[in-house]
Write a protein that binds this ligand. Structure first.
Ligand code: SF4
Length: 257
């Protein structure tokens, strides 16, 4: 696996009707960690088997598998809304690379929290900056997230084969079916979501049990924390992510679609 980008050919029109899963593999995709279509199929099948096996596995076990399977070609993206997954991951591998996307629009409290957590765990932390041209796009547009999140993360993950994320199925309807492990065609990498089956209560309980510092804005009603211009506190009765992009129909920033 040499990180070469390889185009996978399109399915022929005369073959048997593929299943949706097969069809998705047949599309022209760019893959970074496989050199042929058969390797891609093999990798997808391996990840599907792992996903089933991990459905009720502890998050630490999932991270341990990923660390063993991908070694130094594994990294983790962290929003620093909380540090639960960081705590789990560094217990498995204290050297795991953690990537924080500094969009240039974070709350000062988030940047303080990053430093608190960096010091607590002596993190192997990579902090990205927005891609050139980001300033052309107003906050809230898809391009803003593309330049401040998606492109910097792709650059930070170059050469990696897998990334760990804190995505949870309860976060949004778009994440309802998120697998614990999968090959992500958009990113050309394996994506590992150890907290996919967790609830907000699970996260809070783990944080309290392990004495993990909380984000300073949590106690002020910010239950999901992104960039400052597009995040507001949540009102009683609202869902945890209802304070994100609340004046638009946007629910994802492009990292998980
Ligand atoms: S969350 Fe808002 S401010 Fe942050 S990158 Fe996306 S659009 Fe820009």
């Amino acid at each position: 696996m040499d990180g070469t980008w390889t185009a996978v050919r399109e399915a022929g029109p005369d073959g048997p009707t593929p299943s949706p899963l097969e069809a998705s593999r047949e599309r022209v995709v760019k893959v970074s960690i496989v050199a042929s279509k058969s390797e891609l199929t093999q990798l997808c099948e391996e990840m599907e088997e792992q996903a089933s096996a991990f459905e009720s596995a502890p998050a630490g076990l999932i991270v341990a598998w990923a660390a063993e399977r991908f070694g130094p070609k594994l990294a983790m993206a962290a929003s620093f809304q909380d540090a639960v997954l960081i705590d789990i991951a560094v217990n498995v591998d204290p050297t795991i690379e953690v990537v924080f996307l500094d969009t240039g629009s974070h709350f000062p409290e988030t940047l303080e929290y990053v430093e608190t957590i960096r010091a607590r765990y002596d993190l192997n932390l990579t902090v990205t900056k927005p891609a050139p041209g980001a300033e052309q796009w107003p906050c809230g547009t898809a391009q803003c997230c593309e330049f401040r999140k998606v492109r910097p993360l792709k650059q930070a993950l170059a050469g990696k084969e897998a990334w760990v994320t804190g995505l949870k199925r309860v976060d949004a309807p778009t994440r309802r079916d998120a697998p614990i492990v999968s090959y992500d065609e958009n990113w050309g990498m394996v994506k590992v979501n150890p907290l996919a089956t967790w609830t907000e209560q699970d996260v809070a309980g783990y944080g309290a049990d392990h004495g993990i510092p909380q984000h300073p804005l949590l106690s002020r009603g910010y239950l999901s924390i992104g960039c400052a211009p597009t995040t507001r506190p949540v009102q009683i009765g609202e869902g945890p992510r209802s304070g994100r992009w609340s004046d638009s129909d946007k629910v994802e920033c492009g990292l998980h679609v």
